[in-house]
Design a protein around this ligand. Structure first.
Ligand SMILES: [Zn+2]
Length: 375
């Protein structure tokens, strides 16, 4: 189906806006809203469902239900716009989206506390300095890998899975994984990748599709550490898929990849920051220390350097500065310098509407491949 998106769209929804439109849509025909849990800080996590009128689902549907969620990684807000677009289409009885014969279920935000911590940059996508000032990310053992301790947020997701009993699960991310820069996706079981070529053709001007790592895995979620794992316990046939759209694209006239040498000023600054965090350690610094260690590992392992990961540690720098640790201000200046010379000049931000188009085109492509399109 044709996907039409306003090409001036270039912001993400704040957490308040996200809650607001969930409530608004819940009052429209076909929709219903249910609270499925609370975050650790007491924010409600909700499930908004759209059920097809019975006459639309004639014959035996191959898919009764699809569950969509995002925000697992706190600094990846793309799902807010992707979900809004889908809800708008579902609220329009004449939309082509109704050719997909399925009931739709959307989780409001699986990590509200983390999402709220990122609110300062959501109106300025692509501005890495603003991202340095305002971004925040959980350590991986708290969100994307959660073997050690089940969080309240995961209980909510389990509840969403139980209530929606999905045949399909779509988990939406946007790039900030380490050290990824390119477009990525993952499937819970193998898929004939040639069938994705029309999709890649449609998004190749938007996304960095050059990477050989387009496919992260074809067993996504089947490891008990992953958030989606309870879905396989409930129904081993469920097909889960993940999309990680890009927020940045390498400028065409620059050479790919940034590699940092041991002994360079940015390496020294990162090592100094690590020392400061250990000396002044508090729980507030857990996340930035975790990401600082990843950055050090990448330099020492001679891997490509991820400047967005560097920005995620800005939360820790600002925390130390607020505590009067003067050396943190100097480190922040070096970080800003690196971002301005090695990132802003090397990468172009991808407008939000192109990221949304990519996520929706991917979703519809998968549903078509799986035969969910009727008439
Ligand atoms: Zn992610």
């Amino acid at each position: 189906m044709r996907i039409v998106i306003n090409n001036e769209l270039n912001k993400f929804y704040s957490y308040e806006e996200l809650k607001g439109f969930f409530l608004r849509f819940s009052k429209l025909p076909g929709f219903s809203l249910e609270q499925i849990g609370l975050s650790e800080e007491g924010e409600p996590i909700e499930l908004l469902s759209y059920r097809q009128p019975a006459q639309r689902v004639s014959g035996k549907p191959k898919c009764n239900s699809i569950l969509l969620y995002g925000g697992e990684d706190a600094s990846e807000p793309i799902f807010s716009q992707t979900i809004f677009w889908l809800l708008s289409e579902l609220s329009n009885a004449d939309s082509q989206i109704h050719r997909f014969a399925t009931n739709w279920h959307f989780v409001s935000c699986i990590n509200p506390d983390g999402y709220k911590k990122n609110s300062g940059w959501l109106n300025h996508p692509g501005d890495m300095n603003c991202f340095l000032e305002n971004s925040w990310e959980d350590i991986h053992s708290r969100m994307i890998f959660w073997k050690s301790k089940e969080r309240m947020e995961h209980k909510a997701l389990k509840r969403a899975i139980a209530l929606s009993n999905p045949d399909f699960i779509y988990n939406m991310h946007d790039e900030s994984h380490f050290p990824a820069e390119g477009y990525k996706f993952a499937f819970s079981s193998p898929l004939n990748l040639e069938l994705l070529n029309p999709h890649l053709e449609r998004v190749k001007d938007f996304m960095d599709v050059s990477s050989e790592e387009l496919l992260i895995t074809d067993c996504y979620g089947r490891d008990p550490r992953f958030s989606v794992y309870p879905a396989f316990e409930a129904n081993n046939e469920v097909f889960a898929f993940l999309n990680e759209s890009c927020g940045y694209k390498l400028k065409t006239d620059t050479s790919p990849g940034i590699f940092i040498d041991i002994g360079s000023p940015i390496y020294d600054a990162i090592k100094k920051f690590k020392k400061l965090q250990i000396e002044n350690f508090s729980e507030e610094l857990q996340s930035s220390l975790f990401h600082t260690d990843l950055l050090i590992d990448s330099i020492e392992g001679k891997e490509e350097f991820n400047s967005k990961m560097l920005s995620i540690t800005g939360y820790g720098l600002n925390h130390l500065i607020s505590k009067g640790v003067k050396a943190a201000s100097e480190i922040k200046e070096i970080y800003q310098e690196h971002i301005n010379t090695h990132f802003q000049n090397t990468y172009d931000p991808i407008p939000v509407w192109q990221q949304v188009f990519t996520q929706i085109d991917f979703l519809f492509t998968i549903l078509e491949i799986k035969g969910i399109l009727v008439n």
